[in-house]
Write a protein that binds this ligand. Structure first.
Ligand SMILES: [Zn+2]
Length: 700
């Protein structure tokens, strides 16, 4: 067994895997740089990106690849002799996008990906094309012969986002294979009409998604088999694009995990963090969501290295602080480590951006301590969110959206809840209250929905409408919807009046209804309340006249508690105007009422935070990131204890040491522990606490 085939030496640390390309005119110098950088920045693995980005040819010619062989072998040998794991990341499989390229001669005549309107790409190959399959199979055998620890499959192995087209593949090969498989005779026009039918979906859509899933699984199996024919121990890595998007191709994640594992015994998952270029701090919420949702989709299988990627590179694209926040939130979200695509692919020296390396070295001990404190796969606690692999099969479409309208929007509550300080979880078995948005709930059975409605549920407008379509009307949700439209189609609406004194309301407590901003209108519904439902806030017009209920509460006949919001949360929840200290107070009371007690983790801070709570067998990790540019003098965390005794509470200091929190900074309330951190709380300086429970296992 070569060095690169040893298992990951230890995942009991925060694994650093540098993704790095080499250019043919200075690869030897680059190798020297990488070796020096790996030592100083504590890099464990180098994933060599082949045929990357700007200088890529659409599909690497096997002969030209063979000319790179000496370079790749040298890189591998030099890395291995320094104890660094060597892996490979071919930058394309089917191809990401055209960028003015055309198909090379060796693939001339290959079918390219085609969208639902019949538009084709110039270079992205249809995965059903026999010529492309034969080519890619041979190429991937060559990769395997280089003896890497992992060969990574890029996320271009997907049906969507192949600019200039959005969704594929509706080419003649696909339509012919679908017709043969199902016995349904169809052409592009009839298929399109059925897939995009408004309202209740045509049953054909489910068959189409199952077919798409079969094609992608078959394609990925071609890649896995090509590699593992050469060496059955080489692991496969997969970059994915978020379960909310892979519903567009009906991805069955557990089946995919089996294929990816192949003969190697395990595989590596690379969930995206989405912030490639830094634009807004609030984008930081997308990473922990993507990581934890992908893990739930994969049913906790695989090694997880998140994707920290700073395209188009340098500190101009992403600050050191944002890069650190992505790494820290990845590890706090349970990842085994991170992949680091920090340096450009046009051959610039690493020394142009020394700041990243220093940050990596300085952070390593702190990150390792988190990894060692709790098993990465331990469940998270918070307000629950729904994921379903097949949600595109059940989603209703309307005039406003085409095939992309099938993307899942079940995460609409994540950003507002977390920003206000309330932790969330995709581990549905680990929560008492769930927050529904989008149409995800349509994929759940009557028994599953009933069990949700017997507990605590918070619904937005779209979720209320979905439940009503499925027969769960005002008798269980407390409201029915008689009209929907843009907020200001209801008249000169001014504000939400929070009027219920037990739910953060009072005289003169208003929140803006200009949502999400001055020029756009969110979606609003007109609720009619069941007789026992109550309103805790209403929308008023510019003369303070009540126009319609906004937030309502209801105890249903199933014994459950339901809170409903008349906004479509996906259209307003990200807005600064939706968030406010009044909203925080209102949501705290609503969530405590739904949970009938303390919330798993509530972080009380003046502005946006990112709270995470993970429960291991004997301890809990509770953390918070400050998602603002302001420095705050301390922060308070409120944790539900479930009646358990607390043995110790420790905080993680900057050098990665756990130190006991003085008793004076702890308050014990009924079923709730309060931790008062007095240190300055700022961006890129998260607070992390380890709570060790006294006796017994955690049962939440
Ligand atoms: Zn096709």
């Amino acid at each position: 067994m070569s060095a690169s085939h040893a298992p990951y030496p230890s995942l009991n640390q925060a694994w650093y895997a540098l993704r790095k390309s080499f250019v043919e005119w200075r690869w030897e110098e680059q190798l020297e740089e990488v070796l020096r950088f790996s030592e100083s920045a504590k890099i464990d693995e180098v994933i060599v990106v082949v045929n990357a980005e700007e200088f890529n040819v659409p599909h690497l010619d096997i002969d030209s690849f063979s000319r790179s062989r000496r370079m790749l072998q040298t890189i591998r040998d030099e890395l291995s002799s320094d104890g660094i794991v060597f892996s490979l990341n071919p930058w394309t499989t089917t191809g990401h996008l055209d960028r003015g390229r055309t198909l090379p001669g060796h693939l001339r005549g290959v079918q390219t990906m085609t969208d639902i309107d019949g538009l084709s790409t110039d270079t992205c190959c249809c995965p059903l094309d026999a010529g492309w399959r034969s080519y890619i199979s041979e190429l991937w055998e060559w990769f395997a012969e280089l003896d890497p620890r992992v060969v990574w499959i890029e996320d271009d192995i997907r049906s969507f986002n192949h600019t200039p087209i959005d969704n594929s593949c509706f080419c003649p090969l696909h339509i012919g294979a679908f017709s043969r498989k199902t016995g349904i005779s169809c052409d592009l026009a009839s298929l399109s009409e059925k897939l995009l039918r408004h309202g209740s979906p045509d049953p054909l859509r489910r068959q189409w998604l199952a077919f798409q899933n079969d094609v992608m699984q078959e394609t990925i199996k071609v890649l896995v088999d090509s590699v593992q024919r050469v060496n059955p121990k080489i692991m496969i890595g997969l970059m994915s694009s978020g379960p909310e998007s892979h519903v567009l191709e009906g991805r069955d994640w557990p089946e995919l995990a089996t294929i990816l594992r192949g003969s190697a015994g395990n595989f590596v998952s690379r969930p995206p963090l989405y912030i490639y270029e830094e634009k807004s701090l609030s984008e930081l919420y997308s990473g922990p969501t993507s990581i934890r949702r992908t893990r739930v989709a994969f049913q906790s299988q695989g090694i997880e290295l998140s994707e920290v990627e700073n395209v188009p590179f340098s500190l101009y694209a992403k600050s050191q602080a944002m890069t650190f926040c992505q790494i820290a939130s990845s590890i706090l979200s349970g990842c085994d480590g991170v992949t680091l695509n920090l340096f450009d692919h046009v051959g610039s020296p690493i020394s142009d951006t020394p700041e990243y390396g220093k940050m990596l070295a300085d952070s390593r001990g702190w990150l390792d301590s988190i990894r060692q404190a709790i098993p990465g796969k331990a469940p998270f606690s918070g307000i629950g969110l729904l994921h379903h692999d097949q949600s595109a099969a059940t989603a209703f479409l309307d005039d406003g959206n085409g095939y992309s309208g099938l993307r899942d929007r079940g995460d609409g509550w994540v950003r507002p809840l977390e920003a206000l300080g309330f932790s969330t979880t995709w581990d549905l078995a680990n929560c008492d209250t769930v927050a529904l948005s989008g149409q995800t709930v349509r994929s759940f059975s009557a028994a599953q929905i009933q069990s949700l409605l017997e507990k605590g549920v918070i619904l937005d407008l779209e979720a209320v409408q979905c439940l009503a379509d499925m027969g769960w009307g005002s008798e269980v949700t407390g409201v029915s919807v008689s009209k929907t439209g843009p907020i200001h189609s209801f008249g000169p609406l001014a504000a939400e009046h929070l009027h219920h004194p037990e739910f953060g309301g009072g005289k003169g407590v208003f929140l803006t209804a200009t949502l999400p901003d001055l020029v756009n209108d969110g979606q609003l519904g007109l609720f009619t309340l069941a007789s026992d439902a109550i309103t805790i806030s209403s929308l008023v017009d510019n003369e303070l006249r009540g126009i319609c209920p906004l937030f309502t509460l209801y105890q249903n006949s199933l014994g459950g508690r339901v809170a409903t919001l008349a906004y479509n949360i996906n259209t307003v929840g990200h807005a600064g105007g939706f968030l406010h200290p009044y909203r925080k107070a209102q949501m705290q009371k609503v969530l405590e009422w739904l949970s009938d007690g303390p919330i798993p983790l509530r972080v009380d801070a003046p502005s946006r935070v990112l709270p995470l709570r993970q429960d291991g067998p004997s301890c809990t990790l509770a953390s918070a990131l400050n998602v603002s540019l302001d420095t705050w003098n301390g922060v308070t965390l409120h944790l539900a204890t479930g009646g358990r005794l607390v043995k110790t509470v420790e905080s993680l200091n900057e050098s990665g040491q756990w130190a006991e929190v003085p008793p004076a900074l702890l308050d014990y309330k009924p079923d709730c522990l309060e931790i008062h951190s007095t240190e300055s709380f700022q961006l890129a300086k998260p607070v992390v606490f380890r709570i060790v429970w006294g006796g017994g296992n955690i049962l939440l």
